[in-house]
Design a protein around this ligand. Structure first.
Ligand code: SAH
Ligand code: SF4
Length: 358
């Protein structure tokens, strides 16, 4: 890609049309371009054969479709594909294609790095560069779609960064994904560390977007240690905000629960989750810690403690799922999306590679 050329991904049909003020057919061309870019995930102007040749040449000379360049592309044995991308500079971010039997999902980034500083997360430990633009966010989806034989129907914002710190661009990206790409809001998940004002703010959009909170402990003293954001918005406040999101949007929320050996995997914490989450027909998703060298001595939980944790929650009637871990051999799991390219973090240690079974 020529970085001097303006990328078109990120613009809606009206904004695309506005790029060609001298053309009488600008409105129609804007719509056609949007169709090629978003619906067809087209990567070459030359393939847009319903556009006049002179217009294609004008586009070729002045614009590029996507701002993204692929630095590395790795495929795992279980068909997960991880792409490391950048825009011609050294600010890299990652997106992951996740094919399942019944659907294809993808995990995308909202920021280059993350300023939230969670102590178990490779992205957080690697620092923060900048917010991604709406175009860069949608471009990750389209890039993965161009690599996927099947349609990607689901998007999760669980890559690098905290989406709630970049809500303006996320909102624009969501609108493009819905209106232009044709994705259902119900198939889009935003995962947040728990920024309370932004949760209330997003609820006001009243869109059926799936919201997941990274809860990780019912106790403030434990959550404080894992996630500095908890000092500002403690457990009760953030759970209240999630309830508001659920009531306002009518969309069930979920809770992510990362399990770290001896830190937050105790029966006492499982029991404390029950009253905390009462009155919410939730799903709680257990995620075993993906090993990254955090300098804190964090380790993966014992299988038995995961089972016991799960049992306590299920006996109380909570819906529990366990994250199916995929892409091990290419380190495509959450919390590993960062750092490696900078050589900051070691790969997952071989002894930690066994997936947990329920
Ligand atoms: N910033 C958002 C979304 C990106 S992180 C958030 O924190 O929710 C996506 C998920 O990966 C979060 O639930 C996060 O807690 C989890 N995660 C981070 N580091 C991890 C690790 N080392 N092992 C397992 N999950 C991790
Ligand atoms: Fe940021 Fe999420 Fe990692 Fe925390 S877990 S540092 S919020 S990406």
């Amino acid at each position: 890609m020529d970085t001097r050329k303006q990328p078109l991904i990120g613009l809606d049909p009206t904004e695309l049309a506005a790029l060609f003020p001298d053309r009488k057919d600008a409105k129609m061309r804007g719509k056609q371009l949007a169709h090629h870019i978003y619906t067809r995930a087209e990567t070459e102007f030359g393939n847009m054969l319903d556009l006049p040749k002179e217009f294609r040449e004008h586009l070729e000379a002045n614009f590029t479709i996507s701002p993204l360049q692929v630095a590395t592309h790795r495929k795992s044995i279980d068909k997960v594909e991880k792409l490391l991308v950048h825009n011609g500079d050294n600010q890299v971010y990652e997106c992951v294609l996740l094919p399942y039997q019944d659907r294809v999902s993808c995990c995308i980034s909202s920021q280059v790095g993350c300023p939230m500083g969670c102590t178990f997360c490779a992205t957080g430990l690697g620092g923060f560069d900048r917010n991604l633009t709406a175009g860069e966010i949608v471009a990750q989806y389209l890039l993965l779609q161009s690599k996927s034989e099947r349609r990607i129907s689901h998007v999760v914002f669980m890559g690098m960064g905290e989406p709630m710190l970049n809500l303006k661009n996320i909102r624009k990206a969501l609108t493009l994904m819905h209106d232009q790409v044709g994705l259902s809001y119900r198939h889009i998940t935003i995962s947040t560390v728990g920024l309370v004002p932004q949760i209330y703010d997003l609820a006001k959009d009243r869109l059926p977007i799936h919201l997941a909170l990274s809860l990780h402990s019912p106790f403030d003293e434990v959550r404080d240690r894992l996630m500095p954001v908890n000092h500002k918005w403690p457990v009760k406040e953030v759970v209240r905000a999630m309830k508001d999101y659920q009531n306002t949007t009518g969309r069930k929320v979920t809770f992510e629960y990362l399990l770290i050996k001896g830190v937050n995997d105790t029966p006492e914490q499982a029991r404390a989750l029950i009253p905390l989450l009462s009155g919410m027909p939730n799903v709680i998703n257990l995620i075993p810690f993906n090993w990254v060298d955090t300098g804190q001595g964090f380790a993966r939980p014992e299988r038995e403690s995961v089972r016991a944790f799960r049992r306590i929650l299920e006996q109380a009637g909570l819906n529990v799922t366990e994250r199916v871990e995929r892409g091990h051999d290419i380190a495509a799991a959450c919390g590993q999306l960062a750092g490696q390219h900078k050589g900051k973090f070691a790969r997952r240690s071989p002894s930690e590679e066994l997936p947990l079974h329920s």
